[in-house]
Design a protein around this ligand. Structure first.
Ligand code: SF4
Length: 433
């Protein structure tokens, strides 16, 4: 769809959502189904196979969630996808759905709705768009909701509120701050209860083998992901901000699925095939502002600058060593970089920068994301002390209108120029030696 058509479509869905939310949902679904067909028959030729695959899988996930809500679960992103996969439910998260709504240009109507209901403007826009969509009635009532305190306080407002509004069965996973074996055992116990909860709401027994299979799929996906990461120093596949964003959904929402394994297999093959370019390597931290024009201009399809790793994705594809599947899922939550003290986030960034030979790091400080904004100064200073030039890029991943394109462009261009100069300086030093 051209930008004009998307804008027109977004305006129609927005105005219908206030008058006739059922009709607005049908329209939205029609648009998403058309987009899915377009992705199937006319994939973006500039991107590799893994990007074509992931775009369709994530699109289908949203279509299923909206079309078959009785088979869907509204979740926060760090809820183990493996258990939902084993239960045969389609999970959809605040971030995934809000990104699609924003991509369809109807986020403003939902932001206004949330504001009218008295939710603070300082709240993260992923949550506000999601809540607004739920409040208009465009989001159908799902089977259940599953949420956790990991990794943001927005979860503790959005999910209890929606649980009550929709009168939904809900399950909450409490993840302690401390990263130790006691925390892992405590979370594993809750995940066993979550399995029973899912059996109750679906009325279907979840065989233990299905849980083991899902966790085994996550282990395979993690191995593939780590293998491609190890190659990134010398291989630069073409990518886009949207493609990088989808990877976040594959390692969380769709964790444990066959699709997640296939995606990482394709990614590994794409990385192997991609030659080494002369471009800069960037470590991206946190979520992708996939709609912010100046960011897209710099990174989309670029052969001069590459996102060689993202900490959110690498954390999602972490190795799951524990032999007990519940402990393996629990350890992934407890050891998540967004849990506990910020030093783990810094360690992860340093490790990724080293593996990928990163020239610089960009930490996206998304509007209203208190955890990331609060930690950003320390992350930047620590990475710079370790020799990685780092930029804190302020913006809004879900409401690009909330950020000035001009400012983002100026700051980003200046940072990229600085990285280029650093690189030239390094090669000059090497020649002089
Ligand atoms: S961006 Fe931050 S506040 Fe918003 S949903 Fe993600 S972790 Fe939560």
């Amino acid at each position: 769809m051209t930008m004009n058509l998307i804008n027109q479509f977004g305006r129609t869905v927005s105005s219908e959502s206030l008058k006739d939310p059922e009709k607005a949902r049908r329209l939205l679904l029609m648009g998403y189904r058309l987009q899915e067909k377009r992705l199937k028959f006319f994939p973006d030729k500039n991107l590799p196979d893994s990007a074509h695959y992931v775009a369709r899988i994530v699109m289908k996930n949203i279509i299923h969630a909206l079309a078959r809500p009785e088979n869907a679960a509204m979740v926060s992103i760090f809820v183990p996808g493996e258990l939902l996969t084993a239960a045969g439910l389609t999970p959809y998260s605040v971030e995934a759905l809000s990104c699609f709504l924003a991509g369809t240009k109807c986020e403003q109507a939902f932001l206004r709705k949330t504001e009218e209901e008295g939710f603070p403007e300082t709240m993260c826009s992923y949550h506000r768009v999601f809540l607004g969509a739920a409040l208009t009635g465009i989001l159908p009532k799902p089977k259940c909701t599953v949420y956790t305190n990991l990794a943001c306080d927005g979860n503790m407002m959005t999910f209890p509120y929606l649980k009550q509004t929709y009168e939904l069965p809900g399950f909450y996973i409490d993840v302690p701050y401390e990263k130790n074996q006691d925390s892992v055992r405590y979370v594993a116990g809750q995940l066993r209860e979550l399995k029973r909860f899912l059996e109750e709401v679906t009325g279907k027994k979840i065989p233990e083998e299905a849980v083991q299979k899902a966790v085994s799929n996550s282990r395979k996906a993690a191995v593939n992901y780590q293998r491609q990461l190890a190659l990134r120093k010398d291989h630069d596949p073409v990518s886009s901000m949207t493609n990088e964003l989808y990877a976040i959904f594959m390692c969380h929402l769709l964790a444990g699925s066959e699709a997640s394994v296939k995606y990482t297999e394709l990614l590994l093959e794409d990385v192997k095939k991609a030659p080494k370019g002369a471009g800069l390597h960037v470590l991206w931290m946190h979520i992708m502002p996939f709609l912010q024009e100046p960011v897209m201009e710099v990174f989309n399809y670029s052969d001069t600058i590459h996102i060689s790793a993202c900490d959110f994705v690498a954390d999602g594809f972490q190795m799951m060593d524990a032999s007990d599947p519940y402990e393996a899922m629990a350890a992934k939550m407890v050891n998540c970089i967004y849990n506990g003290a910020v030093d783990k986030r810094i360690e992860m960034a340093e490790r990724l920068a080293k593996i990928t030979n990163a020239d610089g790091g960009i930490l996206f400080a998304h509007w209203g994301c208190k955890g990331t904004i609060g930690a950003s100064g320390l992350i930047k200073s620590s990475l710079e002390a370790a020799g990685l030039p780092t930029m804190i890029l302020d913006g809004d991943g879900c409401n690009p209108a909330n950020t000035s394109d001009g400012q983002v462009s100026t700051r980003l261009q200046a940072f990229v120029e600085m990285l280029e100069e650093n690189r030239e300086g390094k090669s000059h030093d090497t020649l002089c030696l």
